[in-house]
Design a binder for this molecule. Structure first.
Ligand SMILES: Cc1ncc(COP(=O)(O)O)c(C=O)c1O
Ligand SMILES: [Zn+2]
Length: 409
């Protein structure tokens, strides 16, 4: 409500925020909206926030909408923070989880699209296109449907069938692209003018970051304004980590907290361009990852747009980037399920990363670590094997103990 400009994260160019924005027209850098924090803080205080209902929209003053009336909502809860059960084998003593699998459409992508769709509707946008591994498209499809927008989703042709169905049945027009998300992005780039689409690609517009910055506000409040020392975040295109970083920087400027957590980015070893660039101490991702393949489809981004910002967020928070392999991811997904925690493969990678973080030796084992669960396992049961011996068929009248595959003890 107090946002009046956007600034290029590369060259510093300023743009008025009452126009539809994409990327910097001078250098192609990602634009970041500028909220007048001093003015926002005059309207809402930490104390006053306590009296508000715990929903995603609690921090509306810091979001780029002209009015609360413009909110397009699918009922977004404040997502829960809870401790990792003690049964879990790790040397870290204070591990917490935040579960965004409870959001509409089952992933944290709802945050970005809730804000983007609300703002784009205010700006008069009617047709939106997005390249996506799946979950961003699903969130745009659902919020777009609620807003009465036309949504075009371009996904890799091996995208999850479940998520493709989710997009179609919420109302998006889906195209499967021969290639990966970068190829899907090329289609949107090439045809957006011809068909009058707003290009809602990851990091190519400033609105989605604003939804993710709310993660920082929620976390800070949930930890009583003393945020965790480390946040572990599964990263593909990077808008989540960039938004989280932006949120914490705003909280520091507001003097509502005095520390930014260390960011640990987790990727799959099947597609780890950020880890590679981090390890080489580079400031930009130079080349697309070849033969990108992982069960954590949201992490399959061979060359994120504005990779320099992701690397900056890691460096400036004294963070690190680690890769875990698909076997480890699936094993963590199963471990989580046995604890009653429904984490998708992307989210499960955070649990797999703990031993690697420990080996790096830079994270205090007694500090507070938050594993960010970005999505719900429900959407991904297709990645888990089903063995026939685990589903013995019981003939009519037969004793389960005497049936092949019996496991009654
Ligand atoms: C469930 C899930 N987690 C994590 C990510 C990675 O997010 P980002 O693209 O913001 O890095 C995605 C991306 O699609 C996702 O779907
Ligand atoms: Zn620029």
């Amino acid at each position: 409500m107090f946002t009046n400009a956007a600034k290029c994260s590369k060259c510093g160019e300023i743009y008025p925020s009452n126009k539809i924005l994409t990327v910097c027209t001078k250098c192609g850098g990602a634009l970041l909206l500028q909220c007048n924090l001093a003015l926002a803080a005059e309207t809402i205080s930490k104390k006053a926030l306590k009296k508000r209902e715990n929903t995603f929209w609690k921090f509306i003053e810091f979001l780029p909408l002209s009015s609360p009336e413009s909110i397009i909502s699918l009922c977004e809860p404040y997502t829960p923070v809870f401790r990792l059960p003690n049964s879990c084998d790790t040397t870290f003593k204070n591990v917490y989880l935040k579960d965004d699998g409870r959001l509409p459409t089952g992933t944290f992508k709802a945050r970005g699209m809730a804000v983007a769709v609300s703002r784009l509707k205010e700006l008069g946008v009617k047709r939106v296109a997005v390249p996506s591994a799946g979950n961003a498209a699903a969130a745009l499809a659902a919020y777009g449907a609620k807003a009465g927008m036309e949504v075009y989703a371009f996904m890799p042709k091996d995208a999850s069938e479940n998520i493709v169905k989710e997009c179609i049945y919420t109302g998006a027009k889906v195209y499967l692209v021969d290639g990966l998300i970068n190829d899907a992005a090329e289609v949107v780039k090439r045809f957006k003018e011809k068909y009058g689409w707003f290009d809602a690609s990851t990091n190519k517009q400033p609105y989605r970051f604003e939804g993710y910055k709310v993660m920082a506000f929620e976390i800070a409040e949930q930890f009583n304004w003393d945020p965790p020392d480390t946040i572990v975040f599964p990263t593909g295109g990077g808008e989540g980590i960039i938004g989280l970083w932006k949120g914490f920087k705003e909280l520091i400027e507001l003097e509502w907290t005095d520390k930014i957590p260390r960011f640990v980015v987790v990727q799959s070893s099947g597609c780890a361009p950020i880890v590679e660039a981090y390890e080489k101490n580079e400031t930009e991702i130079k080349e697309a990852w070849k033969t990108a393949q992982t069960v954590a489809s949201g992490l399959r981004v061979p060359k994120p747009y504005a990779g320099y910002l992701i690397l900056r967020a890691i460096r400036e928070t004294n963070g690190m980037a680690v890769a875990v392999d698909d076997k480890e991811i699936i094993s963590s997904m199963k471990d989580f399920l046995r604890m009653g925690i429904y984490a998708c493969p992307e989210a499960s990678s955070t649990l797999s990363s703990l031993s690697k973080i420990e080996n790096a030796g830079i994270v205090d084992p007694h500090g507070k670590i938050l594993l960010y669960l970005t999505g719900n396992a429900m959407k991904y049961f297709d990645v888990l094997a089903l063995k026939s011996e685990e589903t013995p068929v019981l003939k009519k009248g037969a004793d389960p103990l005497l049936t092949m595959g019996a496991r009654i003890t």
